[in-house]
Design a protein. Structure first.
Length: 345
């Protein structure tokens, strides 16, 4: 009997390869199908009898209800890094392995964070707007002197504080240090060896907030981290400090951010993510000159996209051959997974 693999994305013009062919080329007999799903009921209808499900757990609801309905499922493959809508505990409880693509776009994301840091520190977008308005000036004339020049600085000897010392953050560290920046970090889930290995100083959150000139967020969005940056935290920061977020919009209380930016509690913000997304056209952050917002595009590059699109086929083939997926999210499920597979033959 062939394995049944269901891909829960089927949009016209998609760059996605034919994963059925990829898996067959690895010597595995599969019945492969594609259907576009957005709701719990749609996923259940499409994949109730599937051995493997390929989806995007940043927006598709892999809830406990869905997982309990996937009666034959062995493996859930999520395209991308995020898995916000995947109930990992439910998958583990039912002996279903789940994987993401943890090494996707690490260079691009860390590059983008560094680009926002540079643009905010050197006021690139603000100066660009002056030039495009016909105000070419090389010395501090009154308009620029009051609005821009006093807020420009060099990067050397500034302090970058990182919240969440994961893969992308660790790639940002040497890029920042190349500009002579001191790097400190806070991550309650890592021991001191991880900080030493990354070459950064470990501090607690309050110390980090008090010391930073630049704050960069690189943590997952959970119930514990939602709005982890709000009025209380902005009050602890330097009035010249800038905040960069390339992780998840919900990490920041945007109302509190607006207040902090307009009252001089902090100096600027660079956001690739917002809450909600897309940002509302009437959001007051869009009117602020000390804010740079990009449209959740820090991950973007052709090499990253091509590597991402190859991974599901490779991972599914590994699992169906009895191997461990590279991006396994729940290794604690492996014992129940073996029992589940044995019971299904």
């Amino acid at each position: 009997m062939p394995f049944k693999v269901v891909q829960l994305m089927d949009k016209p013009g998609s760059f996605m390869p034919d994963y059925g062919d990829m898996i067959r080329q690895a010597g595995i007999d599969v019945e492969f199908g594609k259907v576009n799903c957005e709701t719990e009921d749609e996923i259940i209808a499409a994949a109730a009898d599937a051995d493997v499900v390929i989806g995007v757990a940043t927006f598709q609801p892999f809830t406990r209800k869905v997982i309990e309905s996937l009666v034959k499922c062995r493996f859930i493959m999520s395209l991308g890094i995020g898995f916000d809508n995947l109930d990992l505990q439910a998958a583990t409880d039912h002996g279903i392995l789940a994987a993401n693509v943890p090494d996707y776009c690490q260079e691009e994301m860390s590059d983008h964070a560094m680009a926002l840091i540079l643009a905010l520190t050197r006021k690139i977008t603000r100066l660009d707007s002056f030039v495009k308005q016909g105000k070419w000036v090389q010395e501090p004339e009154p308009e620029i002197q009051m609005q821009v020049w006093p807020t420009m600085s060099r990067l050397r000897d500034q302090t970058l504080g990182i919240i969440g010392l994961g893969r992308i953050a660790r790639m940002l560290v040497p890029k920042a240090k190349g500009f002579g920046v001191r790097v400190i970090a806070y991550d309650p889930y890592l021991d001191k060896n991880a900080f030493q290995s990354a070459g950064v100083e470990q501090v607690d959150l309050d110390d980090l907030l008090a010391q930073v000139d630049i704050l960069s967020l690189h943590c997952a969005l959970t119930n514990d981290t939602r709005h982890m940056l709000g009025a209380e935290q902005f009050n602890k920061m330097k009035p010249s400090a800038i905040v960069v977020n390339t992780a998840r919009g919900g990490l920041i209380d945007q109302s509190a951010l607006y207040q902090a930016l307009t009252t001089g509690q902090i100096g600027g913000a660079g956001l690739d993510v917002t809450d909600p997304e897309p940002i509302r056209p009437d959001d007051p952050l869009l009117k602020l000159e000390n804010v740079i917002i990009t449209p959740h595009s820090a991950h973007a590059s052709i090499p990253a996209l091509m590597a991402l699109l190859q991974r599901p086929g490779e991972e599914v083939a590994r699992v169906l051959k009895g191997e461990r997926p590279v991006g396994l999210l729940n290794p604690q499920a492996e014992e129940k997974y073996r029992e589940r597979c044995a019971s299904m033959g």
